[in-house]
Design a protein around this ligand. Structure first.
Ligand code: 5AD
Ligand code: FES
Length: 358
């Protein structure tokens, strides 16, 4: 066996490598070692999830944001972004449409928009849980106080996505201006976990200035946090941001990192992200074949989609909920996988006997 193969086998058996080994694995990767990694990662996902892929519907309900992340197309200082905000009623009817089409997880995502007070958010969550008791509600609305996280959880929110973005303080500072801090980001993640949410973290691949050491830092941070979900996607430039001229992130490296994450976290929910599908027309399919097991098609009303542009050339801008659901199911079936019709909770919450059949 060559050195790459030995590292991959070790990762597969032990779920972890040393910093030096991760470094060698990532830097020394070849098309052959990637194939080896992907086949082990795919099998590992199948051992836990069978041949099921989980579907979540994203509702991008507001693109107002008080943050100014340098990579993001809806950052506060982007004056070209046309802002919109959906009313609670619009959010509920969007979910109702998604429910009809078969979605059982609603991901409510927005910029950090303080128009939605905790009261308004809790009302929306309660109404969704009342109308769709068979469905999970996931929030992806940024950094909040612990008290706010507790309120949403009591109102019925099940899951929370908050990518840590990078575990390296210096890179975090390069990507985010003051007053955003890695410390508060990480505080949020530990609070969410402690409260009882299924928690999602994650990072972009090839963010401007990111090195292999930064990625290795992310892997060590994730091993410590042990999130239920890990979202990764390539950095994609947006023309109205300071990073407009930075090179697009590598699909190939993103796929490789998905494989690494699958072997580190056999039970994690790993989405094949929209950014991956944007960077490569078959990116999401390739992601599933590299070990991912979740896809998150867009449920947002079509008129809002072209305004929620975190990066340029985003896919699905003119396809409605039904089209995206149908398109994604087709793609999943095309790979020989089935779409899971259910909430698709993290394996640690499965009751005995409820794991999806092989
Ligand atoms: N390219 C890729 N991903 C991005 N995100 C934000 N902006 C970009 C971009 N330009 C990701 C961030 C954020 C998630 C919602 O989208 O990681 O957490
Ligand atoms: Fe939207 Fe394919 S997922 S059209």
């Amino acid at each position: 066996m060559d050195h790459q193969a030995i590292l991959i086998e070790k990762l597969s058996e032990e779920g972890m490598l040393t910093r030096e080994e991760f470094h060698e694995l990532i830097e020394g990767r070849t098309p052959e070692s990637a194939e080896h990694l992907f086949s082990l990662a795919r099998n590992r996902a199948k051992e836990v999830f069978g041949n099921k892929v989980y579907l979540r519907g994203i509702i991008e309900f507001s693109n107002y944001c008080r943050c100014d992340c340098r990579y993001c197309g809806i950052r506060r200082s982007d004056e070209h972004a046309e802002r919109y905000r959906m009313s609670p009623e619009e959010i509920i009817s969007c979910a109702a449409l998604g429910h009809e089409v078969g979605f059982r997880t609603f991901v409510l995502q927005s910029g950090e928009d303080l128009w939605y007070t905790d009261e308004i958010l809790c009302d929306i969550i309660r109404e969704l849980k009342k109308r769709f008791p068979d469905s999970a509600v996931t929030l992806s609305i940024g950094e909040k106080s612990r008290t706010s996280f507790e309120k949403y959880y009591e109102a019925g929110a099940d899951r929370y996505l908050l990518r840590h973005e990078t575990a390296s303080p210096s890179l975090y500072r390069k990507l985010h201006p003051e007053p955003q801090t890695l410390l508060n980001r990480v505080r949020c993640l530990w609070d969410l976990k402690d409260i009882g949410y299924q928690v999602g973290a994650g990072m972009m691949i090839d963010a401007p200035g990111q090195t292999t050491d930064d990625l290795v830092n992310d892997l060590f941070f994730l091993k410590e946090l042990e999130p239920d979900m890990i979202g990764i996607g390539p950095f994609l430039p947006h023309k109205e941001t300071p990073f407009r001229d930075e090179p697009e992130g590598s699909t190939e490296l993103t796929l490789f990192m998905l494989g690494v994450l699958r072997l580190m976290f056999p039970k994690a929910l790993l989405p094949a992200t929209t950014a991956l599908g944007t960077a490569d027309p078959r990116g999401r399919e390739k992601g599933i074949l590299a070990g991912a097991n979740v896809v998150m098609p867009n449920l947002s009303p079509v008129e809002n989609r072209k305004k929620y542009l975190l990066y340029d050339n985003k896919i699905c801008l003119s396809d409605d909920a039904l089209m995206c659901a149908g398109c994604m199911s087709g793609r999943i079936h095309g790979l020989g996988y089935e779409v899971e019709i259910g909430r698709g909770d993290a394996p640690r919450l499965w009751k005995k006997g409820t794991a999806p059949a092989k």
